[in-house]
Unconditional design. Structure first.
Length: 90
């Protein structure tokens, strides 16, 4: 459900000038991944992203040892599908 980034991506974003607005209020989250692997995110940012031409602002968790730079959560995917269905150009 949630968007996640790895720690390397976090460092790159911070070095490129991403505002370091860390949201510490929801870090009691436990993520359960494929194979039942459990991990606690280190930090959470409210990131603004342009995904397929749609601007979104979503909470994004920093997950240690995540291999992928970014994983889009179903919260963003569902929003994008709703928006795309309304666009006759798709």
């Amino acid at each position: 459900m949630a968007c996640t980034i790895n720690e390397e991506t976090e460092r790159e974003l911070l070095s490129e000038g991403m505002p370091a607005q860390v949201d510490q209020t929801h870090l009691d989250i436990l993520l359960v991944g494929c194979g039942g692997i459990k991990v606690r995110p280190r930090r959470m940012y409210q990131l603004k992203m342009d995904v397929y031409g749609k601007l979104v602002s979503v909470p994004t968790l920093v997950v240690p040892d995540q291999k992928d730079q970014l994983i889009l959560g179903t919260n963003v995917i569902k929003f994008l599908l709703t928006q795309i269905k309304q666009d006759s150009g798709f």
